[in-house]
Design a protein. Structure first.
Lengths: 352, 125
């Protein structure tokens, strides 16, 4: 084979292996995140939570998955057949796809003479092993673009169901998601200004001496708040609002079709926490100076886990906002604050 | 390799992964459709409405506020996209020149937000 064909084949094989790893890890994390949520909520409410299936309920997610697969798939009449089936698959696929450019460790040079630098753009004679699936210069833009596909899934699902609750949930959800998407994009401009790059590995590399959360505390708070809204978590879970809308956009979905929506929501939580870790919390870098840096993926996972715990904690602590307050909070508080944060940061970066 | 082929080469893994996630979503949908009992009844097929038989279709008119929000989103999101290439370049290339230029742009954005605010487009009644 010619060298070009060999390198293409190698790239495809590496992408396949990494893709299987990402799907496997995300699906497992999703399964145990549901268990963690039930356990933590139970402890907050002085209950035990699931503890019958396996020791400490560790097999509960497996039992849930089997149950979801084997349930009868009741579907409403008058539905749009194709869109009704497309929406949950699209939700799960978009949630998984968004994870492709998130680096969980710095690039490692296998063989060759480059060594593992913070960026290691050069790895002469060796193979640079990137710890993200696609090493793009515009990694952040890619994630923002793909995560907005989730709006389509939610709206199509709600509209195709031919149910009033679903339609109301879908309408509320799409208005909320697009409003808070702007808050997300404004909040992320701060770290980009400081790093001068859209490559996520380069952004983490810039946090070598000081994490951006200390330079951008407001940006971090804005991003995390808007991230809660983007993932439909309490106190912003108006699209589901079980007390008023039954279950919102997935009212008419049963079995694993509902499971795919559920999976998308939890994987989006993981993605939001991962982006916050990369942009503000120093990615794979050790949290304290005396801890070894080569345990990168472990530190990355610990930071993501901490943020996920805070998300669950928030859910069981705060009451739900009223819908008009929610929209006004996004447009009248988060948006102006985000603009002000960009201006102040830009002054510091440009004058320095 | 030429420069543009190397650039496209970086996107090759994405193409592979896209095929994988589409296959994942499709496989889950197909498997869950094949499994499980199928005993449809008239009542089971009705859209849920608290046990009442739905009187009409769900696809009817809805509040204009949602439409307004979508319009505002397009305006402000396009402006947000302008901020991204600028933010990358301020530190190494543009410096004060870029700062002044973008300060004017952000001020215009703020005026637009203020106008929308005062017009009451952000109120929900």
């Amino acid at each position: 084979m010619s060298p070009a064909a060999t390198s293409v084949l190698l790239a495809v094989v590496v992408a396949l292996v990494k893709g299987i790893l990402i799907i496997f890890v995300l699906a497992t994390t999703f399964a145990y995140l549901t268990l963690a949520e039930r356990k933590i909520s139970a402890r907050i409410q002085l209950r035990f939570g699931p503890n019958r299936v396996g020791p400490f309920g560790f097999l509960q997610p497996a039992a849930d998955a089997v149950k979801l697969f084997l349930k009868e798939k009741a579907a409403p009449e008058g539905r749009d057949h194709f869109l009704y089936l497309l929406a949950p698959a699209l939700a799960a696929a978009a949630a998984l796809f968004a994870f492709a450019t998130i680096p969980v460790n710095q690039t490692i040079c296998i063989g060759g003479t480059g060594g593992a630098g913070p960026l290691s753009a050069s790895c002469p004679g060796g193979y640079p092993l990137h710890w993200d699936l696609a090493h793009l210069n515009v990694g952040l833009l890619f994630i923002l673009a793909v995560t907005s596909l989730g709006v389509y899934a939610i709206f199509l699902g709600g509209w195709a169901s031919n149910s009033k609750y679903s339609l109301l949930g879908a309408l509320r959800s799409s208005a909320q998601l697009i409003s808070y998407e702007m808050a997300v994009s404004f909040a992320l401009v701060g770290p980009i200004l400081l790093a001068g790059s859209l490559n996520l590995e380069a952004i983490v590399g810039q946090q070598h001496s000081l994490w951006f959360v200390f330079l951008q505390p407001l940006g971090f708070l804005l991003y995390f708040t808007a991230g809660l809204a983007e993932t439909n978590r309490l106190p912003f879970d108006l699209p589901e609002a079980e007390a008023e809308l039954v279950a919102g956009y997935h009212t008419e979905y049963a079995g694993m079709r509902f499971g795919l929506f559920f999976m998308a929501e939890y994987i989006n939580m993981i993605t939001v926490s991962s982006i916050a870790t990369v942009m503000f919390l120093g990615g794979w870098m050790a949290p304290l100076w005396f801890l070894p840096n080569w345990l990168g993926p472990l530190w990355f996972g610990a930071k993501v886990g901490l943020l996920l715990f805070i998300m669950i904690w928030v859910r069981w602590t705060f009451p739900r906002l009223r819908y008009d307050r929610l929209m006004q909070f996004g447009w009248k508080v988060l948006l102006p604050l985000g603009l002000a944060n960009i201006l102040v940061t830009a002054v510091f970066v440009a004058v320095r | 390799m030429l420069d543009w082929t190397r650039m496209l080469f970086a996107y090759l893994p994405l193409l592979v992964f896209l095929a994988m996630v589409v296959a994942f979503g499709g496989a889950m949908t197909v498997v869950t459709t094949l499994l499980g009992p199928r005993r449809p009844t008239r009542a089971k097929g009705l859209p849920y409405e608290c046990g009442i038989i739905p009187a009409e279709t769900a696809r009817r008119r809805f509040s204009v506020s949602f439409y307004l929000t979508a319009m505002l989103f397009i305006v402000f999101d396009v402006e947000a996209i302008f901020l991204y290439p600028w933010a990358v370049l301020v530190r190494h290339t543009l410096h004060i020149f870029g700062l002044v230029e973008m300060a004017i742009f952000i001020a215009l954005l703020g005026v637009a937000l203020l106008y929308v605010w005062r017009k009451g487009a952000l109120e929900w009644n």
